[in-house]
Design a protein around this ligand. Structure first.
Ligand code: NOJ
Length: 546
């Protein structure tokens, strides 16, 4: 386990940044890399370990950069390659890691490969993509962007054929049966790794290969390709991380860890909606259930957990009934819904109740895995559901109460998207400058939570066990690593709860709450009863004196 603790990502906290939204250094209305560099001290102070930057490559931005037109350059809005090198260097100087998106599955239709592929069927690039003379093939594959696309095939006039795409029609899928495509992607990885980045968040990995009669997800051939990517990474670089974006059930994501020879990390998608269910219902059952469905993963691999990200809050990994319930509770207005999800940020979802926001984070941090903080959620930013697609959760970071929230010196009408000015989420109220100086602000309390979590790697990598209580509103998780033991106790409900636990193995121990420093009475008379205020949480150190 000691060796595992040394793998930097095992106990890391990630910070997801949309560069366009973070800080504009040249007053053109778009956030950029120099802007991000100027905010690295803030990120460092937040206490996180690694910055994940959303796609920053040249792109027509039909999918906000997940439609890449050139893998070897930067979108001019963000800066020059030199700026990227500076970012990596400046981050490393502060002890921060940087990972970037690796979009393997598809390119933009503006990518020169696709341009040649569509115009010249004889060219080698034609076979970089997946073509068909009819739309009948692979009919068992679901459509992901349900609100926009009607088929995974689109007819290309120029080629006179249909091409395959799992996302927008402007994102043709690459053909991973073609060894040249696989080589191209290894070169892409090498290009960015040689600039010193610490790894990749690999986008949409379940869909690399298509096979008739399957749903074209998680196929064995896809795993083989991913394993070969990993082995070539390991052969040439050390200490890098590959993080899988596979929005799948835990047993299927388990396959992406292989025998420790595929991904180092994988997002745990299904635990996320269940945290929202548990807090809305004041009932720990959904968490216990999804964790019971979560298999062990190989040594040296780690789950990546999150509450929100740059996409809609996905409801793919819930039952139809649960989805309807989530929509009804969390997305009462139709505009809040998108595809199979909810386009809202954490704070509005939690009724802007800081107790609930902190509880949700504490719950995430009480479970195994390396959590992600989505930029702006640490200060409780709001959303703008009236913006198209998922843009409503990608509004400018709110730094202070000056014009444009301190995001940009451009005239407001030049911003890539408006800052949030309305109601209780206005940048006049919710901003870094105000929260930094207030010890009770969400930001200050998030920093504290992050700090304690990082000081206790047991919470990231230790074993866990749910202790039995009669009270379904309370989640009790015993975490263990070597001689250390922490009992996480969370009251998910808005009522005071009293629980009684059999803590006899710890007789004689005086638990200390790692978060508040409060010393609890020495455990003697079992069962031990604990009174829990509404929406509160404790991390009780039960480690016995040896
Ligand atoms: C997942 C990304 O998170 C999302 O933003 C994107 O639209 C799709 N993959 C397609 O690349």
């Amino acid at each position: 386990m000691t060796a595992e603790k040394q793998l930097w990502y095992m106990n890391a906290i990630f910070y997801e940044v949309h560069v366009r939204a973070y800080r504009d250094s040249n007053a053109d209305g778009n956030g950029d890399l120099p802007g991000l560099i100027s905010k690295l001290d803030y990120i460092k102070e937040l206490g996180v370990d690694c910055v994940w930057v959303l796609p920053i490559y040249p792109s027509p931005l039909k999918d906000d950069g997940y439609d890449i037109a050139d893998y070897y350059n930067l979108h001019p809005d963000y800066g020059l390659i030199e700026d990227f090198k500076n970012l990596v260097q400046a981050a490393h100087e502060r002890g921060l890691k940087v990972i970037a998106d690796l979009v393997l599955n598809h390119t933009s239709d503006q990518h020169p490969w696709f341009q040649v592929a569509r115009s010249d069927p004889e060219s080698k690039y034609h076979d970089y993509y997946v073509w068909s003379d009819n739309k009948e093939k692979y009919s068992d594959a679901r459509i992901i962007f349900l609100d926009t696309e009607v088929s995974n095939w689109t007819y290309d006039e120029e080629a006179g054929q249909f091409y395959w795409h799992r996302f927008y029609a402007s994102q043709p899928d690459l053909n991973y049966d073609n060894p040249d495509v696989r080589k191209e992607m290894l070169n892409v990885m090498k290009f960015w790794l040689d600039m010193g980045i610490d790894g990749f968040r690999a986008d949409a990995v379940p869909y690399l290969i298509e096979r008739e009669g399957t749903n074209c997800e998680n196929l064995p051939e896809t795993h083989e390709i991913l394993k070969s990517i990993r082995s070539s990474l390991d052969a040439n670089y050390q200490g890098k991380v590959l993080l899988a974006e596979a929005n799948q059930w835990p047993k299927d994501v388990r396959q992406y860890f292989g025998d420790g020879d595929e991904f180092n990390m994988g997002f745990h998608f299904p635990v996320m909606p269940r945290i929202f269910m548990a807090i809305k219902e004041g009932d720990a059952t959904p968490i216990r259930w999804i964790m019971s469905q979560t298999p062990d993963i190989p040594a040296g691999t780690q789950w990546c957990t999150f509450l929100r990200n740059h996409d809609e809050l996905t409801l793919e990994m819930v039952t139809e009934e649960e989805r309807q319930w989530m929509w009804q509770e969390y997305a009462p207005q139709p505009r809040m819904r998108l595809n199979l999800g909810i386009r809202r940020r954490l704070a509005p979802l939690m009724d802007n109740d800081h107790r609930k926001i902190l509880l949700a984070n504490a719950l995430l941090y009480s479970l195994p895995g390396a959590p992600i903080v989505y930029y702006g959620d640490e200060i409780g930013m709001g959303d703008n559901i009236w913006l198209p697609d998922r843009n409503g959760v990608r509004t400018p970071m709110q730094w202070d109460d000056s014009l444009n929230a301190g995001f940009s010196d451009a005239p407001p009408e030049m911003l890539y998207t408006p800052v949030i000015t309305q109601g209780s989420f206005s940048y006049k109220i919710v901003n870094v400058a105000a929260e930094k100086v207030d010890p009770n602000s969400l930001l200050s309390r998030m920093k504290h939570l992050i700090q304690i979590r990082r000081e206790n790697p047991i919470l990231a990598v230790g074993d866990y066990e749910f202790l039995a209580t009669e009270v379904k509103q309370v989640l009790t998780i015993l975490r263990k690593l070597d001689d250390e033991e922490i009992l996480c106790v969370l009251n998910l409900s808005e009522q005071t709860q009293e629980i009684s636990l059999d803590l006899s193995p710890w007789n004689g121990t005086s638990p200390v709450d790692l978060l508040s420093g409060e010393v609890f009475p020495t455990i003697s008379n079992n069962p031990t009863s604990l009174k829990l205020e509404p929406l509160t949480y404790h991390w009780l150190n039960l480690t016995r004196e040896s």
